[in-house]
Design a protein around this ligand. Structure first.
Ligand code: F6P
Length: 459
């Protein structure tokens, strides 16, 4: 029997293409005459029995507030996940879904969301439409989940480590080649690098630019388009001696240097460069901060003031080396064409999967040399390790050149299909026509939350 009403939620950190994914799903549901209920604020909207929801397609017409060109998510997001061990809470979630008349659920999210979806999928049909700027949802190759080992710490908690896996991979083996949100994040970061570069050049400085990505270095790698001198990724321990040597060479050659780092970079003992007195978000993820500052302090000590004074540039190393964090601009705002197009396709495909009763499936993007990108699917079970955990994908080392501390040749081959046509003419038109709209000076920002609020319903 086909479903007549499905639910959709967005969980985890927002990305620029969430509305595009929702829009793709709603458009497909309209064709199939299925109602789509938006759950407000991710899984927390299911955990709270009184939380409201909204109908995204009354009479199978998409509500006008849903704009695929707009960043963020009109249904809100949160980092709360459902704990299956809390039996009462868990029962309340499935009961709430049934009381709303929802027959299947689309979760739009990344690795946290897919893990959160696992227990629900045992009682309720669910599929995942992927999103993440970190590009860490998926596998470098299909056997990867079996390479995880686990040990128990003294406090009883489990520690998961990955064995050294395969040295080489092919592009068509990558499970979920790229995720909506990633291209736009790189688009923003690359522009930041290009802009910071000219200041570094003019003022003879060394710039350290920190980008997001947690433990995955995909955003840092994509920043190669901004032509930084070096890229440091969390997957490869930072060799400070080698880094210092390269900085000295480059600075003598060009009187400036730009280093891009992922926020999760680690030293050779596996310690985070960033804030070690870490705090955690509700999903248990470490909130990372301070990696660029830490690296700056290392370079200030190693190079010393004399390095710059002897070259008649700057009074101190502290003045000559500066840090910039690209921060949340990577995650927000208007998505570029690659993200919009594939977000919508993956969202639409998620509806088809749900209606075909492919429970616990993920709508994914595949790449093959002959045909380019294709929307496909995989069973979420294939991503789980022996203990049922889905780990965030890290950058496969064949994409990184450790000697040059930069993108490798295979890394270039990996990025090209994503970025060759990632920006469309309409993205350029947007800049031309809308950035300096005179109306922006006179009218205040109209938050979408206000309009959406008028549509919400309570059980
Ligand atoms: O997972 C997406 C991400 O943007 C990471 O790259 C980053 O570490 C984190 O979320 C930041 O989270 P928040 O917005 O909650 O500070």
């Amino acid at each position: 029997m086909s479903m007549k009403r499905i639910g959709i939620l967005t969980a985890g950190g927002d990305t620029p293409a969430l509305n595009a994914t929702i829009d793709g799903a709603v458009k497909r549901a309209n064709q199939l005459e299925v109602e789509v209920i938006g759950i407000i604020k991710g899984f927390s909207g299911l955990l709270d029995p009184r939380a409201p929801h909204l109908l995204l397609n009354p009479l199978y017409q998409t509500i006008p507030e849903l704009d695929p060109y707009m960043g963020g998510t009109i249904i809100g997001s949160s980092r709360h996940y459902i704990d299956p061990a809390k039996k009462e809470e868990f029962k309340g979630v499935t009961e709430k879904l049934s009381r709303m008349g929802i027959e299947g659920l689309i979760c739009i999210g990344g690795d946290g969301t897919i893990n959160g979806m696992q227990p629900i999928s045992e009682y309720f049909p669910c599929v995942l439409a992927p999103k993440t700027i970190d590009n860490d949802l998926g596998l470098n190759y299909p056997e990867e989940p079996y390479e995880w080992t686990r040990t128990q710490n003294d406090d009883g908690k489990f520690k998961y480590d990955k064995e050294n896996g395969r040295k080489q991979i092919e592009r068509d083996e990558i499970v979920n080649y790229a995720t909506p949100g990633y291209a736009t994040a790189v688009f923003v970061a690359v522009q930041a690098i290009q802009r910071v570069r000219t200041t570094a050049e003019s003022h003879r400085r060394i710039a350290i630019i920190e980008v997001m990505g947690r433990d995955s270095g995909y955003i840092s790698l994509g920043c190669a388009y901004g032509q930084p001198d070096m890229i440091l990724i969390p997957e490869v321990a930072v060799d400070l001696d080698r880094l210092e040597e390269r900085v000295r060479q480059l600075y003598d050659l060009q009187k400036n240097c730009v280093i891009v780092i992922g926020e999760g970079i680690r030293d050779q003992h596996g310690n985070l460069f960033g804030d070690k007195a870490s705090s955690f978000d509700p999903a248990g993820n470490i909130i990372m901060s301070g990696a660029a500052e830490h690296l700056k302090n290392e370079l200030v000590t190693r190079l010393g003031d004399d390095f710059f004074r002897s070259r008649r540039r700057h009074d101190s190393a502290n003045e000559a080396i500066f840090t910039r964090k690209v921060g949340h601009t990577q995650r927000g705002g208007r998505p570029i064409r690659f993200d919009r197009f594939y977000a919508a396709s993956l969202g639409g495909h998620a509806v088809d999967l749900l209606l075909k009763q492919e429970n616990n499936s993920i709508s994914i993007l595949k790449y093959c040399d002959e045909r380019g990108f294709e929307v496909s699917s995989t069973d979420a079970n294939r991503l789980r390790d022996r203990w049922g955990i889905i780990h965030a994908r890290t950058v496969h080392l064949s994409k990184y050149d450790q000697e040059r501390m930069h993108l490798s040749i295979f890394g270039r081959d990996y990025l090209k299909p994503i970025f060759d046509h990632a920006v469309g003419p309409e993205d350029v038109d947007y800049l031309h026509n809308e950035i300096f709209l005179p109306g922006n000076l006179s009218s205040r920002y109209q938050s979408i939350n206000v309009d959406v609020h008028k549509r919400i319903r309570y059980l």
